[in-house]
Design a protein. Structure first.
Length: 248
């Protein structure tokens, strides 16, 4: 196989074996695992795992209604499009990152993860923190993760996560109806007109702030910085004071 093409794909986030399988599919047009194995010399069991990963990322798909599982590669322009989106997301975050210059001894710690599963894992870890201040849209969370409000409400009810957090959400009937599930377990919820149309979610906890985008290419950034949190918290508190309290 063309090693230059494999190396090129590796620079875009592919592993060597992923690149081999993807290029084999491009060459075949469409093919099954046996045909891919003949080209790549990889074991069939490994190819199945790689194909599953490629399909999750949108780089391959399985053709329907065929007796033998047959796959095809997504057009390479999809890879370019996703790279552009990553660059766009990073570009949008640059102003925030640039404000983190800390002249003291400690430097901010920034973690960045892409994908729906990565966001869920980050939320699960975050849920164990005390006194979390959320600014987000319940409705949008449900659109991307159906049933997530019930999951968290049950977790709070079973004392799996600390209670007493604050949820500041857009002021709408749908948001209020969904948030009632948090009120029943002891969480605090307020509505704010200014949040209507919000496209990102924010969480403030301990010495960290998280920023989540659930758009076409979901990602989460968690910034750990005492100075940043201390500077931003008053803004969150002003928004909370402006919010309309809702009751059970």
């Amino acid at each position: 196989m063309d090693q230059d093409l494999i190396k090129l794909l590796e620079t875009t986030g592919f592993t060597e074996k992923e690149a081999q399988v993807y290029l084999a599919l491009v060459k075949l047009g469409k093919g099954n695992v046996t045909e891919i194995s003949k080209i790549t010399k990889l074991k069939r069991s490994i190819i199945y795992v790689i194909l599953e990963g490629l399909m999750k990322r949108g780089y391959a798909s399985e053709l329907p209604a065929l007796k033998i599982n047959t796959y095809q590669a997504t057009d390479p322009t999809v890879i370019l499009s996703q790279l552009k989106n990553v660059a766009k997301n990073f570009s949008e975050m640059l102003p925030i990152i640039r404000t983190l210059g800390n002249k003291g001894k400690s430097r901010p710690k920034i973690t960045y993860h892409e994908g729906r599963e990565a966001i869920l894992k980050a939320w699960e870890i975050m849920g164990n923190e005390d006194d979390i201040f959320y600014i987000y849209s319940c409705e949008r969370s449900e659109q991307h993760y159906p049933g997530i409000t019930d999951k968290w409400a049950k977790g709070y009810n079973k004392k799996l996560y600390p209670l007493g957090n604050r949820h500041l959400i857009p002021n709408s009937e749908k948001e209020s109806a969904i948030a009632q599930k948090f009120l029943t377990v002891g969480e605090r919820v307020r509505l704010l007109d200014d949040l209507n149309g919000i496209n990102m979610d924010f969480s403030l906890f301990s010495n960290k702030i998280s920023i989540v985008s659930l758009e076409e290419n979901p990602f989460i950034v968690v910034i750990e910085s005492e100075e940043l949190v201390r500077s931003i918290r008053p803004i969150f508190e002003i928004a909370w004071a402006k919010g309309k309290e809702i009751k059970k």
